[in-house]
Unconditional design. Structure first.
Length: 308
C-alpha cells in the first residue's frame, strides 16, 4: 500500500516538462500555426531549440495581425530553420506583390523527402514555381494546391507514391503537359478538382489504376470576368473507373466528364447548376454520366439534373 502511494504521488507530480523531447516536438507540430511552436522558446533553456526539430510546418497567414507581420515571420523562420527536416508543409497566404519571395521560400521549404504538401495562395499575378524535384519526389503522398493562375508543369513527372491530389482554381497549361501530369500519378487514389480551368486543354485521360474517389466542382461564383479565368474551351475529361468507388460532380456543365468501366462505383452524386440555357450537349452529358453510374447503390441526384 505504501509503495502504491509513492507511485501515485510521483505520477501526479509529472508535468509536460518531464516528457521526452520527441514527444514534445510532436505536440508542437500539432499546434494551429508554427509561430506558436516558435514562441515556446521563451519557456526555459530546454525549450529554446526544441521547435527547430519539428517536421510538420504550418504557416497560415490567419492569426497574424497583418500580412506584413506574416511575411516578416516567415522570412525570419526561413533563415534559421533547417528545411531538410520538413516532412509536412501547409502554406497559406495572399501573394500580392510577393510572388518572387514566396517562390524562393517554396524552393527552400520543399525538400526531396517531403511527404505532404498543401499550398493555398488563391489569386496571383505571377504563377508559383515549384522546385522540379517535387515532381519526381518518391516520398510525396499528399499534394494540395490552390492558385488562380497557370500551373507550371515540368517535363519530367513521376509521383510514384502520391495517393491524394487536390487541384483548386488552377489553370492547366496545355493538353500535352496536362496529360503528362496525370500520367505521372500511377498510385493516385483520391482526386479532387475544384474550380479548375481547362480552357487550354482539348482532352485528357485520367486513368490511375487505383483511383477510388473523384470529386469535381466547377462553375458558379468562382470565375471572374477576366482573361486569366475565362473558360473558352469545352474540354473532354475521360476518367477510368475500374477501381472507382465514389464519384461526385457539382457544376454547370462547363466541360464533358466521361466515366468508363465504372461499374464499381457504389456512392455517387450529381448536382447540376442551371446554365443560362440547356442544349443537346448538356442533355448528353447528364445521360452519359447517369448511365455510367447506373450500378451505384447510393446515388444522389438533384431535381434540376433530371430536367436537362
Amino acid at each position: 500500500m505504501e509503495a502504491e502511494g509513492i507511485m501515485e504521488q510521483r505520477s501526479s507530480d509529472t508535468t509536460i516538462h518531464d516528457l521526452p523531447d520527441h514527444i514534445l516536438q510532436h505536440i508542437l507540430s500539432l499546434l494551429f500555426s508554427t509561430k506558436y511552436a516558435v514562441r515556446t522558446c521563451v519557456l526555459s533553456k530546454r525549450w529554446v531549440y526544441l521547435w527547430k526539430d519539428i517536421s510538420n510546418i504550418l504557416l497560415p497567414q490567419t492569426g497574424f495581425k497583418s500580412r506584413q507581420q506574416f511575411i516578416n515571420f516567415v522570412s525570419r523562420f526561413y533563415q534559421v530553420y533547417d528545411c531538410s527536416n520538413i516532412r509536412s508543409l501547409f502554406f497559406c497566404c495572399q501573394v500580392s506583390e510577393d510572388a518572387p519571395q514566396i517562390n524562393e521560400w517554396l524552393q527552400g521549404f520543399i525538400n526531396p523527402n517531403i511527404q505532404e504538401l498543401s499550398v493555398y495562395v488563391g489569386e496571383t499575378k505571377e504563377p508559383l514555381v515549384f522546385p522540379e524535384h517535387l515532381f519526381t519526389c518518391a516520398t510525396l503522398t499528399k499534394f494540395q494546391v490552390c492558385m488562380k493562375h497557370i500551373f507550371k508543369i515540368p517535363f519530367s513527372i513521376q509521383f510514384e507514391s502520391l495517393r491524394t491530389l487536390t487541384l483548386n482554381s488552377i489553370i492547366f497549361p496545355d493538353t500535352s503537359s496536362t496529360q503528362q501530369f496525370f500520367n505521372g500519378c500511377p498510385c493516385l487514389e483520391v482526386l479532387d478538382l475544384y474550380y479548375c480551368n481547362w480552357m487550354n486543354v482539348d482532352s485528357v485521360c485520367i486513368c490511375p489504376p487505383m483511383l477510388q474517389k473523384v470529386t469535381i466542382i466547377e462553375g458558379r461564383g468562382k470565375d471572374k470576368p477576366n482573361e486569366a479565368t475565362r473558360v473558352s474551351n469545352y474540354c473532354n475529361v475521360m476518367i477510368d473507373g475500374n477501381s472507382l468507388k465514389s464519384f461526385s460532380y457539382k457544376g454547370d456543365l462547363r466541360n464533358d466528364y466521361f466515366l468508363y468501366s465504372s461499374t464499381s462505383v457504389m456512392i455517387a452524386s450529381v448536382d447540376i447548376h442551371a446554365p443560362k440555357s440547356w442544349n443537346k450537349n448538356a442533355a448528353l452529358f447528364v445521360f452519359k454520366l447517369l448511365h455510367a453510374l447506373s450500378n451505384a447503390k447510393n446515388l444522389s441526384i438533384t431535381p434540376i439534373s433530371l430536367s436537362v
